[in-house]
Design a binder for this molecule. Structure first.
Ligand code: SF4
Length: 450
């Protein structure tokens, strides 16, 4: 039987879909990216925004026609929306065969087999810590050089706009040895770069304590140091960390480890202390700037990306300008700017003083313009410089040229040299830059790092 898996939402969902594909393919199911070809269609859904849920429901809704045409197919929903809406989905979408919440994803093969055997509808929403270790399978593509590893699940922070703690449950962390084992298998299969994932990744191993740890306590730093010793692993990245978990030990460890990339996603959300408080984010604009400053002192070439919400309830012009000021001071190279939209079930959805849509649009545009200007300027400073790049493969826009990425997450485009392959490290002399990319030529192959 062939399975089609459609993913909505974040990298954690992408990783869960990949793990699901890995589990099912190891049991003999085929994996297809064509829904017309599939006997089983699974939708891995997101609940972060109402719009994401509506989009998935709309898509699944129109599959009634497909099911009438092909009554032998199975349709399933998993992930955050499955957890959030559970029973309601089975009632509203009578052609759906199974709904699996975030705690039971590792049981997908059994639930699917049961659905097929009994031809009855299944609903599984219970919490189950087995999901932590039961989702370690991978489904890698040809020439794939980067892979995700989920190291924590859930979140304890309860930011007032966010539904994640309600749909993904309390934060739990895997064991370091278990993660190392998964990473070693991936490296043995040709993976050169690993992205560690968690809703609050730097809280790894802290037992769910919401107080940021003292200066010399960071199990996450210990994990980075452990993975850094895996022979053949060239790069480590991670996302998303909560700013206050960057203590001295973590910053020092990041700077000391050759595999840790000098590009960091550090969610700001707002630069206004009054809005940060309303968001239940436990840091101030000043503290955030201090953390970014320490990171930059330890790694002068580090680049930052961030998440920002404009138009949070009560956000005044002054609050917005505080956000803009922090953004300009940090000098992000990328930012995901969201116009606040109330998420049912969260504390912020009940707040008064919602900001008009047109004000959100204007603020969004101002930040996007700042960002574009800044990134073009940052990139132009690299003209004439030599940068180290991990080769990814032919560029999507022009397959005669190849692309790769610097440790600072800049995309570089260059002509391939003889024998070049994905995962190679090359030095590229930058001749031209745009806001999106660096263009250059390969000038030397660096020595292999131990
Ligand atoms: S840290 Fe805040 S925004 Fe991030 S997942 Fe947890 S509750 Fe949501």
């Amino acid at each position: 039987m062939k399975v089609y898996i459609k993913t909505y939402g974040c990298q954690m969902n992408e990783r869960d879909s990949e793990a699901a594909a890995g589990m099912l393919s190891s049991l003999g199911y085929g994996i297809t990216d064509n829904e017309e070809d599939a006997d089983i269609l699974i939708f891995n859904t997101c609940s972060v925004r109402d719009q994401a849920e509506r989009k998935a429901i709309g898509k699944i809704g129109i599959l009634t026609r497909l099911k009438k045409r092909k009554p032998g197919i199975y349709i399933g929903i998993m992930g955050c929306m499955a957890q959030n809406r559970g029973e309601e989905l089975l009632q509203e979408l009578p052609h759906v065969d199974f709904v699996i919440g975030t705690g039971k994803l590792h049981k997908l093969p059994e639930i699917l087999a049961e659905t097929i055997k009994k031809r009855n509808r299944q609903l599984h929403l219970e919490e189950d810590h087995g999901v932590l270790t039961g989702m370690g399978t991978h489904f890698l593509g040809t020439n794939q050089i980067s892979a995700y590893i989920a190291i924590t699940r859930g979140c304890n922070r309860f930011c007032s706009y966010c539904i994640v703690p309600y749909v993904r449950g309390r934060e739990i962390s895997r064991e370091i040895g278990d993660i190392r084992h998964e990473a070693e298998i991936l490296v043995g299969q040709g993976i050169k770069e690993i992205m560690l994932l968690g809703q609050n990744v730097a809280a790894f191993g802290l037992g769910g304590d919401i107080n940021p740890p003292p200066p010399e306590v960071s199990p996450f730093a210990d994990l980075l140091a452990e993975l850094n010793t895996i022979p053949g692993l060239k790069r480590l990245r991670f996302t998303s960390p909560y700013p206050s978990y960057f203590n001295d030990k973590l910053i020092r460890t990041m700077a000391a480890l050759p595999t840790v990339c000098h590009s960091l996603h550090l969610p700001l959300q707002s630069g206004s202390d009054h809005i940060l408080k309303a968001m239940n984010r436990h840091y101030t604009g000043k503290q955030y700037l201090e953390i970014a400053g320490k990171l930059r002192s330890a790694m002068p070439d580090i680049t930052f990306s961030t998440d920002v919400i404009v138009g949070f309830p009560g956000e005044t012009e002054e609050d917005f300008n505080a956000t803009r000021a922090v953004m300009n001071e940090v000098g992000y190279d990328n930012a995901y700017i969201f116009k606040y939209s109330p998420r049912q079930g969260t504390a912020a959805a009940k707040m008064e003083d919602q900001v008009p849509q047109e004000v959100k649009e204007q603020r969004n545009q101002i930040l996007l313009d700042d960002l574009a200007r800044r990134v073009a300027e940052h990139n132009s400073r690299l003209k004439g410089k030599i940068v180290e790049v991990m080769v990814e493969g032919p560029s999507k826009r022009n397959s005669e040229r190849w692309c790769g990425r610097t440790s600072t997450n800049k995309v570089a485009i260059f002509d391939p040299s003889d024998g070049m392959k994905s995962g190679d490290m090359v030095m590229v002399k930058v001749n031209r830059t745009t806001a999106m990319s660096l263009f250059g030529e390969v000038c030397a192959i660096p020595e292999e790092k131990p």
